[in-house]
Write a protein that binds this ligand. Structure first.
Ligand SMILES: [Fe+2]
Ligand SMILES: [Fe+2]
Length: 280
């Protein structure tokens, strides 16, 4: 087959088999590749089945994924016992536990690639603050507003990246998505609520509207950079292989649309999308 079929906007979840679950029926998981050059063929289910270049790309994507998860634990750590309210501290602890589980999940996929996968895991675990792949994960959370803007903007990019893998052509990766996505959704909702409370309640809660606005200016450009280069050959190949649903630029455009509305609803402003950018 040649040419990439257009990716479906919403991949179907596992299909209901005969009868409903309540009546003792079964759920049939999606077994075939849903888009790209191998659409209709059975998904790849193990590392050994993958063509070489596709295996390399999955390893690369999982190394970056795990790196961001472990890095964010280091960023959140000082706020476990400095977040302004008891509830905020508890949510911080939960976020850290979630990110650790996401890192573990990405590493389990890497483990399936044998010795080389294990080598990547060892390197990932040795990385300290400032040594990570993406800029957004080498910046400290100096104030509580950083926690709010990071979880609102940077975790939200994470959700776009994970959604791009939903029902992808590599079964183990596709199956890791639903739980990760539901947990990430909580993180970014929390981020928006932190910013909203800072704007509405100011020092009665924590910081001020000005602080929240400064944090938006600090994190939004780094969040936009995370989508990668606009004309990335890798992201084009990832779609052809049925791994990702969107190009970097398509995902970034959708994201900008979403956060433009959200930020305005909080009472804050986004800088123009080309200000302070490093990856275009
Ligand atoms: Fe995560
Ligand atoms: Fe997260």
């Amino acid at each position: 087959m040649s040419g990439a079929a257009p990716p479906p906007p919403n991949p179907p979840p596992a299909r209901a088999g005969a009868g409903s679950l309540k009546d003792g029926g079964t759920v049939v998981p999606v077994r075939e590749i849903l888009w790209g050059e191998s659409a209709g063929v059975r998904k790849f289910e193990s590392a050994e089945e993958l063509p070489g270049d596709m295996a390399k790309l999955i390893v690369k994507l999982m190394v970056v994924q795990a790196d961001t998860e472990f890095a964010s634990i280091q960023q959140h750590r000082p706020w476990l016992d400095n977040a302004p309210t008891l509830e905020d501290r508890w949510i911080e602890a939960r976020i850290v536990a979630d990110e650790a589980r996401h890192g573990l999940q990405a590493c389990r996929i890497l483990r399936d690639f044998g010795e080389s996968g294990q080598q990547y895991i060892d390197e990932l675990l040795a990385k300290r603050e400032g040594e990570h792949k993406l800029d957004a994960f080498n910046m400290k959370f100096d104030a509580w507003s950083d926690v709010g803007a990071f979880t609102c903007f940077v975790d939200r990019v994470g959700v776009y990246q994970l959604r791009a893998f939903q029902e992808c052509s590599y079964g183990p990766l596709a199956r890791a998505m639903p739980l990760m996505l539901s947990e990430e959704q909580l993180h970014l909702n929390f981020g928006a609520s932190v910013l909203r409370r800072m704007v509405q309640d100011g020092p009665k809660y924590s910081g001020s509207k000005e602080e929240a606005q400064a944090a938006v200016r600090k994190w939004y450009p780094r969040a936009l950079d995370m989508f990668g280069h606009s004309n990335s050959e890798t992201s084009r190949r990832a779609i052809e292989w049925g791994l990702k649903r969107w190009t970097n630029e398509e995902a970034r455009a959708r994201y900008i649309q979403e956060v433009t509305q959200l930020t305005a609803s909080i009472g804050l402003e986004l800088p123009p999308a080309d200000v302070d950018r490093h990856v275009l």
